[in-house]
Design a protein around this ligand. Structure first.
Ligand SMILES: [Zn+2]
Length: 319
Protein backbone atom coordinates (compact mmCIF):
# COMPACT_ATOMS: atom_id res chain seq x y z
CA UNK A 1 0.00 0.00 0.00
CA UNK A 2 1.08 3.51 -0.80
CA UNK A 3 0.89 6.67 1.26
CA UNK A 4 1.13 10.15 -0.22
CA UNK A 5 1.62 12.93 2.33
CA UNK A 6 0.84 16.27 0.70
CA UNK A 7 1.79 18.93 3.20
CA UNK A 8 0.43 22.45 2.72
CA UNK A 9 2.14 25.01 4.95
CA UNK A 10 -0.15 27.51 6.65
CA UNK A 11 -3.58 26.28 5.60
CA UNK A 12 -6.34 26.20 8.20
CA UNK A 13 -10.08 25.70 8.01
CA UNK A 14 -11.55 29.19 8.28
CA UNK A 15 -14.83 31.01 8.25
CA UNK A 16 -17.01 31.05 5.17
CA UNK A 17 -16.33 34.74 4.42
CA UNK A 18 -15.14 35.55 0.88
CA UNK A 19 -13.76 38.88 2.07
CA UNK A 20 -11.08 37.22 4.20
CA UNK A 21 -10.95 33.57 3.12
CA UNK A 22 -9.80 32.75 -0.42
CA UNK A 23 -11.23 29.23 0.00
CA UNK A 24 -14.66 30.91 0.27
CA UNK A 25 -13.94 33.33 -2.57
CA UNK A 26 -12.67 31.14 -5.42
CA UNK A 27 -14.16 28.04 -7.04
CA UNK A 28 -11.94 25.00 -6.51
CA UNK A 29 -13.79 22.24 -8.35
CA UNK A 30 -11.40 19.36 -7.66
CA UNK A 31 -10.97 20.14 -3.97
CA UNK A 32 -14.68 20.78 -3.54
CA UNK A 33 -15.59 17.55 -5.35
CA UNK A 34 -13.88 15.75 -2.44
CA UNK A 35 -16.26 17.50 -0.03
CA UNK A 36 -19.47 16.67 -1.86
CA UNK A 37 -19.39 20.05 -3.60
CA UNK A 38 -18.91 22.06 -0.40
CA UNK A 39 -16.24 24.75 0.06
CA UNK A 40 -13.05 23.98 1.99
CA UNK A 41 -14.14 25.91 5.11
CA UNK A 42 -14.98 25.05 8.70
CA UNK A 43 -18.73 25.49 8.18
CA UNK A 44 -18.74 22.59 5.71
CA UNK A 45 -18.08 20.18 8.59
CA UNK A 46 -21.07 18.75 10.47
CA UNK A 47 -21.47 19.63 14.16
CA UNK A 48 -22.73 17.34 16.93
CA UNK A 49 -26.45 17.44 17.79
CA UNK A 50 -25.61 18.75 21.25
CA UNK A 51 -24.62 22.42 20.72
CA UNK A 52 -22.65 22.33 23.99
CA UNK A 53 -20.15 20.07 22.25
CA UNK A 54 -17.63 22.47 20.84
CA UNK A 55 -16.12 20.43 18.02
CA UNK A 56 -16.67 19.38 14.44
CA UNK A 57 -17.48 15.95 13.09
CA UNK A 58 -15.68 14.47 10.07
CA UNK A 59 -17.18 15.18 6.67
CA UNK A 60 -17.32 12.05 4.54
CA UNK A 61 -17.82 11.98 0.80
CA UNK A 62 -17.56 9.24 -1.78
CA UNK A 63 -13.82 9.63 -2.16
CA UNK A 64 -12.55 11.53 0.88
CA UNK A 65 -12.92 12.34 4.57
CA UNK A 66 -12.18 15.77 6.02
CA UNK A 67 -11.29 16.07 9.71
CA UNK A 68 -10.51 19.31 11.58
CA UNK A 69 -7.29 18.94 13.58
CA UNK A 70 -6.33 21.11 16.53
CA UNK A 71 -2.96 22.79 15.93
CA UNK A 72 -2.82 24.78 19.20
CA UNK A 73 -2.09 21.65 21.27
CA UNK A 74 -3.05 23.32 24.53
CA UNK A 75 -0.12 25.73 24.38
CA UNK A 76 -0.68 29.53 24.46
CA UNK A 77 0.25 31.63 21.43
CA UNK A 78 -0.20 31.00 17.72
CA UNK A 79 1.13 27.77 16.23
CA UNK A 80 4.32 28.08 14.18
CA UNK A 81 5.95 26.09 11.38
CA UNK A 82 8.97 24.49 13.06
CA UNK A 83 7.03 23.05 15.97
CA UNK A 84 3.89 22.28 13.92
CA UNK A 85 5.84 20.32 11.32
CA UNK A 86 7.92 18.61 13.99
CA UNK A 87 4.75 17.49 15.78
CA UNK A 88 3.33 16.12 12.52
CA UNK A 89 6.56 14.20 11.94
CA UNK A 90 7.12 12.86 15.45
CA UNK A 91 3.70 12.53 17.06
CA UNK A 92 5.12 14.32 20.12
CA UNK A 93 3.49 17.43 21.57
CA UNK A 94 6.71 19.41 21.31
CA UNK A 95 5.17 22.85 22.08
CA UNK A 96 3.89 21.41 25.35
CA UNK A 97 7.29 19.89 26.18
CA UNK A 98 9.25 23.08 25.49
CA UNK A 99 6.50 25.48 26.56
CA UNK A 100 6.03 27.46 23.33
CA UNK A 101 5.31 27.36 19.62
CA UNK A 102 8.38 28.12 17.54
CA UNK A 103 9.29 28.89 13.93
CA UNK A 104 9.80 29.19 11.11
CA UNK A 105 13.07 27.18 11.36
CA UNK A 106 13.70 24.76 14.24
CA UNK A 107 15.86 25.85 17.18
CA UNK A 108 18.08 23.38 19.06
CA UNK A 109 15.25 22.14 21.23
CA UNK A 110 12.96 21.38 18.30
CA UNK A 111 15.79 19.96 16.17
CA UNK A 112 16.64 17.51 18.95
CA UNK A 113 13.20 15.90 18.70
CA UNK A 114 13.47 15.61 14.92
CA UNK A 115 16.96 14.07 15.03
CA UNK A 116 15.65 11.28 17.21
CA UNK A 117 12.85 9.22 15.74
CA UNK A 118 10.72 10.83 13.09
CA UNK A 119 8.20 9.52 10.59
CA UNK A 120 10.85 9.06 7.90
CA UNK A 121 13.33 7.22 10.12
CA UNK A 122 10.62 5.05 11.69
CA UNK A 123 9.29 3.91 8.33
CA UNK A 124 12.77 3.38 7.04
CA UNK A 125 13.66 1.20 10.00
CA UNK A 126 10.54 -0.78 9.12
CA UNK A 127 12.09 -1.38 5.67
CA UNK A 128 9.76 1.04 3.92
CA UNK A 129 10.93 3.03 0.93
CA UNK A 130 10.36 6.69 1.73
CA UNK A 131 11.15 9.92 -0.09
CA UNK A 132 10.69 13.67 0.09
CA UNK A 133 9.88 14.40 -3.55
CA UNK A 134 10.63 18.13 -3.47
CA UNK A 135 13.65 19.00 -5.62
CA UNK A 136 16.09 21.52 -4.13
CA UNK A 137 18.15 23.80 -6.39
CA UNK A 138 21.97 23.92 -6.26
CA UNK A 139 21.91 27.20 -4.32
CA UNK A 140 19.97 25.50 -1.52
CA UNK A 141 22.72 22.92 -1.00
CA UNK A 142 25.38 25.65 -1.14
CA UNK A 143 23.49 27.54 1.55
CA UNK A 144 23.27 24.47 3.78
CA UNK A 145 26.90 23.48 3.22
CA UNK A 146 28.18 26.97 4.01
CA UNK A 147 26.03 27.28 7.12
CA UNK A 148 24.18 30.32 5.77
CA UNK A 149 20.95 28.39 5.56
CA UNK A 150 19.32 26.19 8.20
CA UNK A 151 17.17 23.19 7.43
CA UNK A 152 13.50 23.65 8.12
CA UNK A 153 11.83 20.84 10.04
CA UNK A 154 10.89 18.64 7.08
CA UNK A 155 14.31 18.39 5.33
CA UNK A 156 15.93 18.10 8.77
CA UNK A 157 13.78 15.05 9.52
CA UNK A 158 14.50 13.57 6.09
CA UNK A 159 18.27 14.03 6.22
CA UNK A 160 18.39 12.84 9.85
CA UNK A 161 16.76 9.63 8.62
CA UNK A 162 19.64 9.21 6.14
CA UNK A 163 17.43 9.94 3.12
CA UNK A 164 19.02 12.18 0.48
CA UNK A 165 17.19 15.31 -0.66
CA UNK A 166 16.19 15.39 -4.32
CA UNK A 167 18.31 17.59 -6.55
CA UNK A 168 18.16 19.51 -9.81
CA UNK A 169 19.20 16.31 -11.60
CA UNK A 170 16.25 14.48 -10.09
CA UNK A 171 13.88 17.24 -11.19
CA UNK A 172 15.25 17.29 -14.72
CA UNK A 173 14.97 13.48 -14.87
CA UNK A 174 11.31 13.58 -13.83
CA UNK A 175 12.07 12.04 -10.43
CA UNK A 176 10.99 14.99 -8.27
CA UNK A 177 8.82 18.11 -8.25
CA UNK A 178 9.73 21.76 -7.77
CA UNK A 179 8.31 23.69 -4.83
CA UNK A 180 5.81 25.46 -7.13
CA UNK A 181 4.77 22.12 -8.69
CA UNK A 182 5.34 23.16 -12.32
CA UNK A 183 9.00 24.24 -12.46
CA UNK A 184 8.12 27.68 -13.80
CA UNK A 185 9.53 29.27 -10.63
CA UNK A 186 12.95 27.65 -11.25
CA UNK A 187 13.02 29.34 -14.66
CA UNK A 188 11.70 32.71 -13.53
CA UNK A 189 13.23 33.15 -10.11
CA UNK A 190 16.21 30.80 -9.86
CA UNK A 191 17.75 31.61 -13.23
CA UNK A 192 17.54 28.02 -14.47
CA UNK A 193 15.97 28.47 -17.93
CA UNK A 194 16.44 24.83 -18.93
CA UNK A 195 14.10 23.60 -16.21
CA UNK A 196 11.38 21.39 -17.70
CA UNK A 197 7.99 22.96 -17.10
CA UNK A 198 4.89 20.88 -16.42
CA UNK A 199 1.30 22.00 -16.60
CA UNK A 200 -0.40 21.83 -13.17
CA UNK A 201 -2.33 18.64 -14.06
CA UNK A 202 0.92 17.06 -15.29
CA UNK A 203 2.51 17.94 -11.95
CA UNK A 204 -0.33 16.11 -10.19
CA UNK A 205 0.20 13.09 -12.44
CA UNK A 206 3.93 13.22 -11.67
CA UNK A 207 3.12 13.14 -7.96
CA UNK A 208 0.98 10.03 -8.40
CA UNK A 209 3.69 8.39 -10.50
CA UNK A 210 6.36 9.13 -7.88
CA UNK A 211 4.12 7.73 -5.15
CA UNK A 212 4.03 4.44 -7.06
CA UNK A 213 7.83 4.14 -6.75
CA UNK A 214 7.86 4.20 -2.92
CA UNK A 215 5.85 3.15 0.12
CA UNK A 216 5.48 6.74 1.29
CA UNK A 217 6.24 9.99 -0.48
CA UNK A 218 6.03 13.42 1.09
CA UNK A 219 5.67 16.72 -0.72
CA UNK A 220 6.05 20.08 1.03
CA UNK A 221 4.18 23.05 -0.43
CA UNK A 222 5.24 26.22 1.40
CA UNK A 223 3.93 28.86 -1.01
CA UNK A 224 0.56 28.63 0.73
CA UNK A 225 2.01 30.01 3.97
CA UNK A 226 3.89 32.68 2.04
CA UNK A 227 0.67 33.76 0.30
CA UNK A 228 -1.07 33.98 3.67
CA UNK A 229 1.56 36.38 5.00
CA UNK A 230 1.25 38.49 1.83
CA UNK A 231 -2.48 39.08 2.43
CA UNK A 232 -3.20 39.51 -1.30
CA UNK A 233 -6.62 38.00 -2.11
CA UNK A 234 -6.08 37.97 -5.88
CA UNK A 235 -2.70 36.26 -5.59
CA UNK A 236 -4.05 33.81 -3.00
CA UNK A 237 -6.96 32.84 -5.27
CA UNK A 238 -4.61 32.34 -8.24
CA UNK A 239 -2.37 30.15 -6.09
CA UNK A 240 -5.33 28.02 -5.01
CA UNK A 241 -6.66 27.69 -8.56
CA UNK A 242 -3.24 26.44 -9.60
CA UNK A 243 -3.18 24.00 -6.66
CA UNK A 244 -6.66 22.78 -7.60
CA UNK A 245 -5.46 21.92 -11.11
CA UNK A 246 -2.54 19.97 -9.63
CA UNK A 247 -4.99 18.15 -7.39
CA UNK A 248 -7.15 17.39 -10.43
CA UNK A 249 -4.21 15.74 -12.19
CA UNK A 250 -3.34 13.80 -9.04
CA UNK A 251 -6.91 12.56 -8.49
CA UNK A 252 -7.21 11.53 -12.11
CA UNK A 253 -4.02 9.45 -11.93
CA UNK A 254 -4.48 8.09 -8.41
CA UNK A 255 -6.08 4.69 -7.86
CA UNK A 256 -7.97 4.74 -4.55
CA UNK A 257 -7.20 1.05 -4.12
CA UNK A 258 -3.48 1.72 -4.02
CA UNK A 259 -3.49 3.53 -0.68
CA UNK A 260 -4.18 6.89 0.92
CA UNK A 261 -3.47 10.53 0.22
CA UNK A 262 -3.29 12.84 3.23
CA UNK A 263 -3.47 16.61 2.73
CA UNK A 264 -2.75 18.44 5.95
CA UNK A 265 -1.00 21.46 7.45
CA UNK A 266 0.95 22.77 10.43
CA UNK A 267 -1.14 25.86 11.31
CA UNK A 268 -3.69 28.25 9.86
CA UNK A 269 -2.74 31.32 7.85
CA UNK A 270 -3.96 31.45 4.24
CA UNK A 271 -7.61 30.99 5.22
CA UNK A 272 -7.70 34.38 6.99
CA UNK A 273 -6.16 37.21 5.01
CA UNK A 274 -7.39 39.80 7.55
CA UNK A 275 -4.22 39.10 9.54
CA UNK A 276 -0.56 38.82 8.54
CA UNK A 277 -0.02 36.34 11.31
CA UNK A 278 -0.84 32.68 11.64
CA UNK A 279 -4.27 31.79 12.98
CA UNK A 280 -5.63 29.62 15.77
CA UNK A 281 -7.98 27.83 13.36
CA UNK A 282 -7.97 24.05 13.15
CA UNK A 283 -6.08 22.59 10.19
CA UNK A 284 -7.54 20.13 7.70
CA UNK A 285 -6.72 16.46 7.49
CA UNK A 286 -8.20 15.57 4.13
CA UNK A 287 -7.83 11.84 3.54
CA UNK A 288 -8.48 10.41 0.09
CA UNK A 289 -8.89 6.71 -0.63
CA UNK A 290 -11.12 3.69 -0.20
CA UNK A 291 -13.61 4.19 2.68
CA UNK A 292 -12.33 1.17 4.59
CA UNK A 293 -8.75 2.50 4.71
CA UNK A 294 -9.67 6.07 5.47
CA UNK A 295 -12.16 5.16 8.19
CA UNK A 296 -9.42 3.37 10.15
CA UNK A 297 -6.95 6.14 9.43
CA UNK A 298 -9.20 9.00 10.53
CA UNK A 299 -10.73 7.27 13.56
CA UNK A 300 -7.96 8.45 15.88
CA UNK A 301 -7.24 11.87 14.34
CA UNK A 302 -7.99 14.90 16.47
CA UNK A 303 -4.81 16.97 16.64
CA UNK A 304 -1.37 17.21 15.00
CA UNK A 305 0.16 14.60 17.30
CA UNK A 306 -2.14 11.91 15.88
CA UNK A 307 -0.80 11.97 12.31
CA UNK A 308 2.46 10.02 12.68
CA UNK A 309 0.86 7.28 14.85
CA UNK A 310 -1.94 6.91 12.29
CA UNK A 311 0.55 6.51 9.43
CA UNK A 312 2.55 3.97 11.44
CA UNK A 313 -0.66 2.11 12.11
CA UNK A 314 -1.60 2.23 8.42
CA UNK A 315 1.63 0.45 7.51
CA UNK A 316 1.62 -1.84 10.55
CA UNK A 317 -1.72 -3.27 9.46
CA UNK A 318 0.04 -4.44 6.36
CA UNK A 319 -2.80 -3.40 4.10
ZN1 LIG B 1 4.24 31.43 8.35
Amino acid sequence: MKFLFLFLDGVGLGVSDPLVNPFAEVQLPHLESLLGGRPFVLDSLPIPDDPEQNYYLPLESERATLVALDAGLGVPGLPQSATGQAVLLTGINIPQKIGYHYGPKPNQAVAEFLRNDNLFSILREGSKEVALINAYPPRYFHGIDSGRRLFSSIPLAVTSAGIPLKTQEDLFAGKALSADFTGQGWRDRLGLPDTPVLTPPQAGERMAALAADYDMVFFEYWLSDYAGHEQDMTAACALLENFDLVLGGLLEAWDDNQGLILITSDHGNLEDLSTRRHTANPVPALVIGEPIYRRTFTSSLSNLTDVTPSIRNFFARGI
